[in-house]
Design a protein around this ligand. Sequence first.
Ligand code: CA2
Length: 145
Amino acid sequence: MSHTILLLSGPNLNLLGDREPEVYGAGTLDDHVAAASAAAGRHGMAVEHHQSNEEGVLIDHIHRARGRCAAIVINPGAFTHYAWAIHDALAAFDGPVVELHLSNPNAREPWRHTSVVSPAATGTIAGFGAHGYELAVEAVARLLA
Ligand code: CA2
């Protein structure tokens, strides 16, 4: 069985740590990837991370994970709220899918209350800030155990 967790980060998440720390925390994306990788290592797994500001690039990574990665953890950024093509790509993936958000979109503006990704996800972790990355990997490890 594959021991790789594909971690995907959507648009603007490369800016983490630079602006809006009151919403997204002070950590950088590299910090979050390191936390996820450390958590995966504790379960004998590894994280492969990609960030993109382009929907098609994220979809290509999801396609390439098929038959190769054990699970996907994805923070789709604002694509969460309207990118049905990401939903469809995730629905074609055979393993667990964890939708991850630093903030709790349901406690924010109404347009963030809809996730088109959630119906294709095994579950969602939202609102726990940086800790969510570790929680997402723990969830994957439990699901694969
Ligand atoms: O809470 C999350 O993780 C989000 O996925 C973050 C997205 C937002 O559109 C979702 O509704 C919830 C936005 C990520 C943008 O991150 C920035 C970081 C620093 C400066 C500006 C944007």
